[in-house]
Ligand binder design. Structure first.
Ligand SMILES: [Zn+2]
Length: 224
């Protein structure tokens, strides 16, 4: 069973091809709850939230111990991670593209959970939403910007973000059988997902589609 469905106190969904202007409100209405989302900046900062947040903080990770508060991360080719600690009842989401992986955003995110709630990485379950595959992700000039630790993930000017993230999760002591990754590539499957590289969103897309993203949404539920 998917990590997204296996815990009765966790509600999580990946919304593909949603309009950024309507998504937050639609999601809030659908879940009948407050939402917390951040202004994502391709950085390495994660924050703790305990109330609604309307993208007024610059960060790429968001974590909570509060029930009935929906967390949202938006992506188009980048990786969206869900972390759930069923022992401490902690939920968090993280957005990471190559910049996030290069700045150790994953380790820093897990450090925040450990520091704030004493989360043991061995207790964490991780879901990774559809994202771009190595075959679709050509990265010219990588040698000048990627740290040496990421060079092994480049082949013929294509960067394998998925393998790099998998290894970073392993290095952060996440158990292999606690990790679930969607096999879908957002670019290969651009009819199903918004993809920057497939040019159905972002600066090269038709004007009305430029701001569109996919959304990973998750919330801790009260079990009655
Ligand atoms: Zn692909």
């Amino acid at each position: 069973m998917s990590i997204l469905e296996q815990f009765s106190d966790l509600h999580a969904r990946f919304f593909a091809r949603k309009d950024i202007l309507n998504a937050a409100q639609e999601i809030a209405e659908k879940l009948e709850t407050n939402i917390a989302w951040i202004e994502q900046v391709h950085g390495d900062r994660s924050i703790v939230v305990r109330d609604a947040l309307n993208a007024t903080e610059k960060a790429d990770g968001i974590a909570t111990d509060q029930k009935n508060l929906a967390l949202i991360i938006q992506v188009a080719d980048c990786q969206a991670f869900l972390f759930y600690d069923p022992t401490k009842k902690i939920l968090s989401l993280l957005h990471a593209g190559w910049r996030g992986l290069a700045s150790n955003a994953i380790q820093k995110h897990i450090d925040l959970l450990s520091k704030t709630w004493n989360t043991d990485p061995h207790d964490l379950f991780v879901y990774i939403a559809p994202s771009i595959c190595a075959a679709c992700y050509e990265f010219k000039g990588w040698h000048d910007v990627l740290p040496a630790a990421m060079h092994p993930y480049v082949q013929n000017d294509h960067l394998d973000l998925m393998s790099c993230a998998n290894d970073q999760l392993k290095a952060a002591d996440i158990l292999q059988d606690h990790i679930e990754r969607s096999p879908d590539c957002t670019c290969h499957m651009a009819s199903s997902y918004w993809s920057w590289r497939a040019k159905n969103t972002g600066p090269d897309a038709p004007k009305e589609d430029r701001t569109k993203r996919n959304y990973l949404v998750a919330m801790l539920k009260t079990i009655s």
